[in-house]
Write a protein that binds this ligand. Structure first.
Ligand code: G3I
Length: 438
């Protein structure tokens, strides 16, 4: 109670002290108001996520540069759009993110016949994925299998996949191999006695199926590694094997899944075992799935990957990321990335697209903001070494060709228009400063 002992003088000192404090509070408030009027909006202030610091820092730098009249530093300023409007030169996604991860695009066979498309792909991306042509229903040949007549070894035909493989080889692109073992897009005859296609066909035994599985993986890997060495840098060995809706504690997809039905619980581990056996040195093996940020899928996927990692069979987790404008919330998304990051495995965003049902300016601005936030999250986690993200692949090139569009319900989820024009979403994916976050 020291200040009371001072009597009247003590009180005056106390009042002076309060005045000083009030003055200081006033100045601080003025500074806050000044900063928030400085063109840097509520956007960044609303978000408390550490990721935003990345953007704030970059923006801060650009503002300072402007004030100081320094030469334009494109990398820091991130005003790619302005530059594009001035020069007509589109920045390259692959170059912009080169110190963090490769950037890829999924393409269908016929995409490679249009030189406008392929020019765009070469200038923007350094990785490609076959949208369908490396799935078992494309790579397996019933005719050749029947002609061969080997109950333990189906025959493959890589003709449709070769279009993409040749394109990657000719243009110095890497490729993700999608996918070896999947419950879907795999013909039922692969599982039947005598490769029988009839309704009454009987399923083979586990032993025969394991031989077929090994021989299929062996042939596809050996064929691609021999003819296209170094092109496929990652394989989605098993795709979408977790389905919490099927009701099992381990989350395994058991319904409508012949791999599970014929081989049993360990079909995933066996697929990885064979893939490891035939993979080229350095080729990475991934488990790939959707909704991997949803809690019920996250922990089962984590557990599956952890078990495979203990056995030295897996190198990475593929988060497909077919997401929506407002789902998932980014905190859940970031949590999942960090959680998988804890496993010490690589993470690849293998099938990114964001469903946007409208082509209006408003909806597309939201899409751009969403791409920006996703890319900020990914870059930031990589920078902070919280998740070893090594690739981000966009699931499609132009809006006219996306699996999300149904006959009566189109979607506009990608980075380019049908006319190959860069959309706002493209600049969002570049984290361009012109793209507002909210
Ligand atoms: O090739 C046939 C054609 O001969 C036939 O006339 C036509 C009639 O519908 O179908 C054509 O096949 C279609 C195929 O794409 C090739 O265009 C199938 O119907 C169609 O179902 C298939 O869709 C693909 C889907 O996987 C199948 O599951 C999409 O293009 C492809 O983008 C999508 O990709 C999947 C990933 O592999 C795994 N993750 C989810 C992702 C989106 O569903």
């Amino acid at each position: 109670m020291h200040y009371l002992r001072g009597g009247k003088n003590g009180c005056q000192e106390l009042i002076k002290g309060f005045r000083k404090i009030l003055l200081l509070i006033g100045i601080t408030l003025l500074e806050v108001v000044f900063v928030s009027c400085d063109g840097k909006g509520a956007d960044e202030q609303v978000v408390t996520d550490p990721i935003v610091t990345v953007e704030n820092n970059n923006t801060e730098k650009s503002i300072n540069n402007k004030n100081e009249g320094e030469a334009m530093d494109i990398a820091n300023k991130k005003n790619y759009k302005e530059l594009y409007e001035e020069t007509g030169e589109l920045p390259s996604l692959a170059k912009v993110y080169s110190e963090y991860f490769t950037v890829g695009v999924a393409l269908a066979g016929f995409d490679f016949t249009d030189s406008k498309k392929t020019d765009l792909v070469i200038s923007q991306f350094n990785s490609i994925t076959c949208e369908n042509e490396m799935k078992a229903d494309c790579t397996l040949s019933l005719e050749a299998t029947l002609a061969k007549g080997d109950e333990e070894c189906p025959a493959i035909n890589m003709e449709r996949a070769e279009v993409a493989l040749n394109f990657a080889k000719d243009n110095g692109l890497g490729m993700r191999g999608h996918t070896l073992v999947w419950y879907s897009q795999t013909p039922k005859w692969l599982f039947t006695v005598g490769y029988d296609t009839s309704e009454e066909a009987k399923l083979v035994t586990r032993e025969v199926m394991l031989k077929r599985m090994e021989n299929y993986i062996k042939q596809v890997m050996e064929y691609t590694n021999t003819n296209y060495p170094g092109i496929i840098y990652a394989w989605d060995v098993v795709n979408e094997a977790i389905e919490p809706g099927d009701g099992r504690e381990d989350g395994l997809r058991v319904k409508n899944n012949y791999w599970y039905e014929v081989v049993g619980n360990d079909y995933i581990e066996m697929a990885f075992t064979y893939a490891r056996k035939y993979a080229a040195p350095g080729q990475k093996l991934f488990y790939n799935d959707y909704n991997t940020y949803e809690k019920n899928k996250l922990f089962t996927t984590y557990k599956l990957a952890e078990n495979l990692k203990e056995k030295g069979l897996i190198d990475g987790i593929g988060m497909q990321d077919h997401i929506k404008l407002d789902y998932p919330v980014l905190t859940d998304y970031e949590y999942a990335l960090k959680k998988y990051g804890e496993l010490g495995l690589e993470i690849q965003i293998t099938e990114l697209d964001i469903d946007a049902k409208e082509d209006t300016e408003e909806a597309q601005a939201k899409l751009a903001a969403r791409y920006k936030k996703v890319m900020m999250t990914l870059q930031s986690l990589k920078e902070k070494e919280l998740a070893n993200i090594t690739n981000v692949t966009i699931w499609g090139l132009t809006d006219d060709r996306t699996w999300l569009s149904k006959e009566d319900s189109p979607s506009y989820p990608l980075l380019f228009t049908q006319e190959f024009k860069a959309k706002e979403a493209f600049f969002g994916a570049l984290q361009d400063e012109s793209v507002k976050l909210y």
